[in-house]
Every structure is written in structure tokens, then in C-alpha cells.
Write a protein that binds this ligand. Structure first.
Ligand code: AMP
Length: 219
């Protein structure tokens, strides 16, 4: 039986870091739609280059494109036993499409976790966030080095992490993605975790919470 997790939360909540960590521990594939798009831009993929303008403005890429990307990605063999989704679904139509895909897969529960962080903390975190320009891995903003600890590549600020774009992304999050939380909230496999804690503590809470939700132990 597989395990499928959606890591929800606003930009800067740490969901990417936590999704990577959880996926690694459980032998699941982490699928970040933002990473797929950024990789596509580096590879000069025409679809991703069209999306880039929207990404740079902090706007959402259209549902048809995003659903097709995820549908295709989930067909790959590494997603056979489950996945951790980071950055998808971001709209209610995307969530409905994912339900349809899950119906076709019939492979384990779908656990939805919302990583909650207060807005002023998000703005602070996004201002100092750095990622590797080569492999896209997130980096410790307080770390002493300027190179990626995964591949040694140089660390940079994301083009959409400047202050104006950050505020727009948060606005779009409230408008388009919060309704997705309402879409999921009444499901027995929906959980919230306090993301305004040390990453190790968040990771531990996610570990316990996701297992409880998947096993239906406190439903
Ligand atoms: P992220 O790395 O998840 O913050 O995504 C970066 C940008 O990619 C977003 O601001 C959007 O422009 C685009 N993007 C990523 N995932 C989605 C999605 N599920 N729906 C629409 N746009 C997305």
C-alpha cells in the first residue's frame, strides 16, 4: 500500500524542505511543481519558458498546463509507491483533477498537511531564502557558506523572492490556494502542523501526524 502526501502551506512555510526530508526518509518521490518548471526553464522547454513570465511576476501558471505536468509525472515508475507533492494543487480545479488521478491510481491514502506559519514570519523568511542555482536545493539562509551542500553550486535568491513579488504571491495564495484548504478540510486525512518552529521539530511532528492520518488512528 502506498502513501501519498500533499504538503500544503504558503510560500516560505518550509514545505519544500520538509517535503524533501519526509520523502527521503520514507523512500517516496518528492514532486515539486515549482522545481519542474524551473528545471524546464533551464532546459529551455518551450512550455516552461511561457510559464516563466508568470512565475517571475508571482502569478499562477494555468491549470491545464499544471495538471498535465503532474499527471505525466505521476505516471513515472518512481511514483508507483506514492509521492510527496510540494506546490500542487494550488487551485480548486487542480485539487479536483488530482482526486480524479487518485481515483485512477487506487494506491494508498491521500494525506493533506497544512504547514501553518504567520504572515510576518513568511515575509521575513522569503527575504533571506536562498536556493542552489545548479540543482535547485534549498539552503540554510544562516549557513556560513555560499555554496550548495548537495552539489557545490552557487547559492542565489529566487527571481520571485523579491519583496514586491513576495507580497503578490502571498495575495494569490490567499485568493487561489486557501480555497483548496477548505476543499480538503473536512476529509479525515486532513491535518495541520505548526510550521513556526525549528525545522527538526516540524519534521518530527509531520512524521507522527502523517502516520496517524494515513492509519486513521485518530479519525
Ligand atoms: P514554488 O516553487 O512552488 O513557489 O512555485 C514557483 C512558481 O511556479 C509559482 O509562483 C507559480 O508561478 C508556478 N507554479 C508552481 N506550481 C504551480 C501550480 N500548482 N499552479 C500554478 N502555478 C504553479
Amino acid at each position: 500500500m502506498g502513501l501519498n502526501v500533499i504538503m500544503m502551506g504558503p510560500p516560505g512555510a518550509g514545505k519544500g524542505t520538509q517535503a524533501t526530508r519526509f520523502a527521503l526518509e520514507r523512500g517516496l518521490v518528492k514532486i515539486s511543481t515549482g522545481d519542474i518548471l524551473r528545471d524546464g526553464v533551464k532546459e529551455l522547454n518551450p512550455e516552461a519558458l511561457v510559464a516563466k513570465a508568470k512565475m517571475d511576476r508571482g502569478e499562477l501558471v494555468d491549470d491545464v498546463t499544471m495538471i498535465a505536468i503532474v499527471r505525466q509525472r505521476l505516471l513515472r515508475s518512481d511514483a508507483r509507491h506514492g509521492f510527496v507533492l510540494d506546490g500542487f494543487p494550488r487551485t480548486v480545479p487542480q485539487a479536483r483533477a488530482l482526486d480524479q488521478i487518485m481515483e485512477e491510481r487506487r494506491n494508498g491514502p491521500l494525506v493533506i498537511v497544512d504547514v501553518c506559519v504567520p504572515e510576518d514570519e513568511l515575509v521575513k523568511r522569503l527575504a533571506i531564502r536562498r536556493i542552489c542555482s545548479k540543482c535547485g536545493a534549498g539552503a540554510d539562509p544562516f549557513g556560513a557558506t555560499h555554496t550548495c551542500k548537495v552539489c557545490g553550486g552557487p547559492l542565489v535568491q529566487r527571481t520571485d523572492d523579491n519583496q514586491d513579488v513576495v507580497l503578490k504571491r502571498l495575495q494569490i495564495y490567499h485568493r487561489s490556494t486557501e480555497p483548496v484548504l477548505e476543499f480538503y478540510r473536512t476529509r479525515p486525512t486532513f491535518r495541520t502542523v505548526n510550521g513556526a518552529q525549528a525545522p527538526d521539530i516540524v519534521a518530527r511532528e509531520l512524521d507522527v501526524t502523517i502516520d496517524q492520518a494515513a492509519n486513521g488512528s485518530d479519525v
